[in-house]
Design a protein around this ligand. Structure first.
Ligand code: TXA
Ligand code: MG
Length: 331
C-alpha cells in the first residue's frame, strides 16, 4: 500500500479501520499534522512513543470529533470548561482536566489529568468519527524536531513507522494548539498556541501562568524543542546593521517584508499578516535546514496574540541570540 494517500472519504475510512484495529494513522488538523492511535489501546499508543522517539514522560493530546466523546475522558466538567468547549471547539484549544480511570496511563504519562481537543479540520473530524473512538495524537514529527504542516514532512520524519498518512494539504494555522488547565475555578496557560490568550481572556478573565509545581507543569514543554537541524539564532537589533555583516552561509528569516531582496532572506508573510507568519514558520525552517546554510538568523515578532505562540516556538528552536558588534556577527 502507498503510505501517503489523498484524504478522500474512501481513504479516511481506511484510516478509521486502521485506528480501530490498533494501527497508526497520521492526519491533518487545522494546526499541524498529528500521529494518531486509538486512545483505549495502550499497545497502539505505545507505538506512537516508539515511532516518534518520544520519552514516555511526555503526555499526549486526545482528539475528539463530537462533544459526546468528552464524557469518556474527563471525570467531570466544570462550568468554565463547558463554556470554553462551546465557544472554541472545534478549534485550536486543548483543555487539561482530571481524567477518567479508563484513560490508559500511557496516554497521560501517569498524570491524573488528560489533555483533550476537538480539531477544526474536516479530515480529522471524519477520521475520528468513523473510527468512533477518541484518538491520542501528538504532532507527527520525530521528538524535538519541527512539527509537520505537510504530509510529505510526516513521511520524511517518521517513514516506515506509520501505517497510513492522510494527505489533506498544508495545515492552515501552522503552530500547535493553545493548552490550558482549569483547576479550582482558575485558568492556567500551559502552552501558547493557535488560539490567542486575549481571545480566551474575553470569556474567562485573566489567565495565569502556572506556578512551577509538578501538579500543573506541562511535561512536554521542554525548553529545547521544535528545533531545526541547523542552529537558529534570534536577532533583535537594528536590521540595517545585520544586513551589513558578512552573512555567507546564513539564512535570514523575516516574519514581515524588509527592504532587501537577497535570496537567502526568507519572508514569512509578504503581505504582513501574522496568521500567514505562523502558518509558514515550520515549513520554512524545514526548507532551510535542508541547506545550503550553516545557520539561521530569525527576526522576532511582538509577543501578543498569535505572536506569543510564534515567539514561544522560535525561542525553543533557538540556540540563543545573534548580535552585531563592531560590524561583525557574534553568536
Ligand atoms: O495542535 C496540537 O495540539 C497538535 C495537533 C496534532 O493536535 N498536537 C500537539 O501534540 O501539539 P504534542 O504531543 O506535540 O504536544 C502535547 C503536549 C505535551 O507535550 C504536554 O506539554 C501537553 O500537551 N500535555 C498533554 N497532556 C497533558 C496533561 N495531562 N497535563 C499537562 N500537559 C499535557
Ligand atoms: Mg509536538
Amino acid at each position: 500500500m502507498e503510505r501517503i494517500l489523498p484524504a478522500t472519504d474512501e481513504n479516511i475510512k481506511k484510516g478509521a479501520k486502521i485506528l480501530k484495529e490498533g494501527g497508526l494513522v497520521a492526519f491533518p488538523t487545522e494546526t499541524v499534522y498529528g500521529l494518531g492511535a486509538n486512545v483505549f489501546l495502550p499497545e497502539a499508543v505505545a507505538r506512537i512513543f516508539e515511532v516518534k522517539g518520544r520519552p514516555r514522560f511526555d503526555p499526549l493530546i486526545v482528539h475528539i470529533s463530537r462533544h459526546g466523546m468528552v464524557s469518556r475522558l474527563f471525570r467531570e466538567i466544570p462550568p468554565l470548561a463547558e463554556m470554553l468547549m462551546e465557544k472554541f471547539w472545534p478549534g485550536p484549544l486543548t483543555l487539561v482536566l482530571p481524567k477518567k480511570e479508563e484513560v490508559p496511563d500511557i496516554v497521560t504519562a501517569g498524570l491524573s489529568t488528560v489533555a483533550v481537543r476537538m480539531p477544526a479540520h474536516p479530515v480529522a473530524l471524519k477520521l475520528i468519527d468513523w473510527a468512533d473512538v477518541p484518538v491520542a495524537a501528538p504532532s507527527a514529527n520525530r521528538f524535538g524536531h519541527l512539527s509537520p504542516t505537510q504530509a510529505e514532512e510526516v513521511a520524511l520524519d517518521l517513514g516506515e513507522g506509520v501505517d497510513l498518512i492522510l494527505d489533506g494539504g498544508k495545515t492552515e494555522i501552522g503552530v500547535e494548539s493553545t493548552i490550558i488547565m482549569i483547576e479550582e475555578g482558575k485558568v492556567f496557560l500551559l502552552r501558547p498556541g493557535g488560539l490567542s490568550i486575549e481571545e480566551i481572556e474575553k470569556w474567562v478573565g485573566k489567565i495565569e501562568t502556572p506556578p512551577s509545581s509538578p501538579k500543573v507543569l506541562s511535561p512536554g514543554t521542554l525548553k529545547k524543542h521544535y528545533a531545526p537541524r541547523i542552529p537558529l539564532y534570534l536577532f533583535e537589533g537594528k536590521i540595517e546593521d545585520l544586513l551589513l555583516c558578512d552573512l555567507s552561509g546564513i539564512a535570514i528569516v523575516s516574519p514581515f517584508p524588509i527592504a532587501d531582496s537577497r535570496e537567502e532572506i526568507k519572508v514569512l508573510s509578504e503581505k504582513g499578516d501574522i496568521r500567514e507568519v505562523a502558518s509558514n514558520l515550520f515549513s520554512v525552517l524545514r526548507e532551510l535546514e535542508e541547506g545550503p546554510f550553516r545557520a539561521i538568523i530569525s527576526l522576532t515578532v511582538e509577543e501578543k496574540g498569535l505572536g506569543r505562540a510564534i515567539m514561544d516556538r522560535l525561542k525553543r528552536a533557538s540556540s540563543g541570540y545573534a548580535r552585531v558588534r563592531k560590524g561583525k556577527l557574534v553568536f
